[in-house]
Design a protein around this ligand. Sequence first.
Ligand code: G4P
Length: 529
Amino acid sequence: MSFLKEIQRRRTFGIISHPDAGKTTLTEKLLLFGGAIQEAGAVKSNKIKKGATSDFMEIERQRGISVATSVLAFEYNGIKVNILDTPGHKDFAEDTFRTLTAVDSVIVVIDVAKGVEEQTEKLVEVCRMRNIPMIVFINKLDREGKDAFDLLDEVEQKLGLSVTPLSFPIGMGYDFKGIYNIWEKNINLFSGDSRKNIEETINVSNLGSNELDTLIGKESADNLRDNLELVDGVYPKFDKENYLNGNLQPVFFGSALNNFGVRELLDCFVEIAPKPRPKESEERLIKPDEEKFTGFVFKIHANMDPNHRDRLAFIKIVSGKFERNKPYLHVRNNKKMKFSSPNAFFAEKKEIVDISYPGDIVGLHDTGNFKIGDTLTEGEQINYRGIPSFSPEHFRYINNADPLKSKQLYKGIDQLMDEGVAQLFTLELNGRKVIGTVGALQYEVIQYRLEHEYGAKCTYENLNVFKACWVDPKGSQSEEYKEFVRVKQRFLAKDKQNQLVFLADSSFSLQMTQQKYPNIKFHFTSEFN
Ligand code: G4P
């Protein structure tokens, strides 16, 4: 197959949702359709189940699963689909944000009874900022839930989306009869009462005909006609360009558990979802069909086996072909590297692969050379952007609990930060190290991994920080800037990139500082150039 055809047949996306909305179940059903797995229950949930075992054992269990589910690839109707896994737990939201830099589109799963939840709001906001095309799947229609129109309103208001339904439910919960597929103009009915069987698809070319009344009963048929009339009058017509630009989000209804509405979603997805998209680097826009290979690291996974301290760096291929044993430039280190066993992913298996194409993910064995965000090329000096750090929510001093192991401790901290587990700040005043995280769970992860992978022990001490604000270095020669650095020294730190960060201890002190130094710019993410 030609290079161009290989690019055009790839769809790389992520499924995002609040925990429990049905992401794992939907993923599994998509893999079943692709023939990549044979039975339900094969995809392990990477959810952290609280309370079942001690937290860190649970985290280790989750890490074991998450390498297997990092990329789930399958073929469907000649299309190569790559699903990038995103952790659902809110303490790992940073991992999800990073994964979103490697997807070309997303599917948002919403629970029909719970509606739009907190985690969905945050993730969709990131997708909106990046104009990532989104399809919404409203799940669990076999249960009683919110009215379809109320839910569509909620999605528009809370998520700031502009939706257009491409399917519409006929009843819900106990009365759930099936789904009218606006996209394909047919009806899918549950067969029998069990609600467990694969549907029967019936073409309905004329909604006004009596045939519809015979199929679902007069009352349901009239309701459906009214609802579809309303859909037609209220929502914009589906327009692929608007969807691809991130301005319009098609909505599907269904029940992942009962495999209902999933095929319709997949059929529409492979037809409309974007093929690999061009990506901005600091220097220029890179197109997938450029001949020369470029890619970037969006995730690093440490090996579970402490005896082999190698890690797997996940690279998204942006342009050109990635070939085994070919030398590539690691731009940040200005070093040529060759990879003799790059891994490609297929369902839950990984295998060594000779050639990969734009849209694909390869896993490269790494002994500590890679950091999240690193760029690989055939020689060109470009740097992909788009993996900013947000201000952490929690801050703690990290102390060495075993003075004989300080080398191991600092190496461990260094590598865990490269993996993106948390952010490290070094105080200007006394050089003390502060770990910032999105969730409290990360402190346990770090402590556990430092001990088991590096043989180092640490303790934590709370530090009262409201927000980390990156200080714009522009104007650093001015008197105002110098005074700020002098007066606020106690609150200043450097991040791992040596950027100056102001650790404000309250929202009030941040405001006062901004007022006192009006010419200094404070940024809430690490990427502001
Ligand atoms: P997540 O990855 O988004 O966190 O959700 P997951 O797929 O694990 O689904 C969460 C729960 O919701 C599971 O039940 C799952 O079976 C159920 N579920 C998913 N889709 C549907 C649906 O269409 N209808 C109904 N009624 N339930 C659905 P659980 O009891 O937590 O887990 P399990 O014991 O069934 O695995």
